[in-house]
Write a protein that binds this ligand. Structure first.
Ligand SMILES: [Zn+2]
Length: 142
C-alpha cells in the first residue's frame, strides 16, 4: 500500500502531467495540449507533441465545442463505482482535434447521433470534485 490512491470513487489516477489538466478542470476550464512547433493539439496531456515529438508544449484552453464520435449506454457497472445508471459514455472530437472520453448529459439516448454538436459543461460531484461532461448544443434538441 505504498502508492497514492485516488481518494474517491470517481477519481482519475493522475501523474504530474495529467494533474495540471485535472487542476484546470477543477477551475471549470477544459484544456488541450498545444504544440508550439507544429501548432497541433493533443490529449491526453504528455510532455511532448505526439504529432511532431516536439517538447515545446503547453496547455491551452479549448473552445468547449465538440462533436459526438461514438457512445455507449452503461446500464450497470461494478463496485467501487456508484454512478447512477444508465449513463452515456462517449468519445467526442473536440473542435481543436483531440478525441476525449467523457459523459453526455442532458440528452436522451434517442437524441444521440454521430456528429451531434456538443458543448462542454462541468459537473460537481457530491464531494466537490469537478468532472467535464458534454451536452448537446441547445439548438440541436427539438
Ligand atoms: Zn507538434
Amino acid at each position: 500500500m505504498s502508492t497514492s490512491a485516488p481518494t474517491g470513487p470517481h477519481r482519475p489516477t493522475t501523474d504530474s502531467d495529467t494533474e495540471r489538466w485535472w487542476a484546470a478542470v477543477q477551475n471549470r476550464e477544459l484544456m488541450v495540449n498545444a504544440c508550439g512547433s507544429c501548432g497541433r493539439t493533443s490529449l491526453y496531456v504528455r510532455p511532448f507533441c505526439p504529432h511532431c515529438w516536439s517538447d515545446d508544449i503547453a496547455l491551452r484552453p479549448a473552445s468547449g465545442r465538440a462533436r459526438l464520435y461514438t457512445w455507449s449506454v452503461v446500464h450497470q457497472n461494478g463496485a467501487p463505482f456508484d454512478a447512477s445508471t444508465p449513463y452515456i459514455l462517449a468519445m467526442v472530437d473536440l473542435e481543436e482535434g483531440p478525441r476525449l472520453m467523457t459523459l453526455i448529459e442532458q440528452c436522451s439516448v434517442e437524441q444521440l447521433r454521430a456528429d451531434l454538436p456538443l458543448v462542454a459543461d462541468f459537473r460537481t460531484d457530491d464531494d466537490g470534485f469537478v468532472v467535464p461532461v458534454f451536452h448537446p448544443q441547445p439548438t440541436e434538441i427539438h
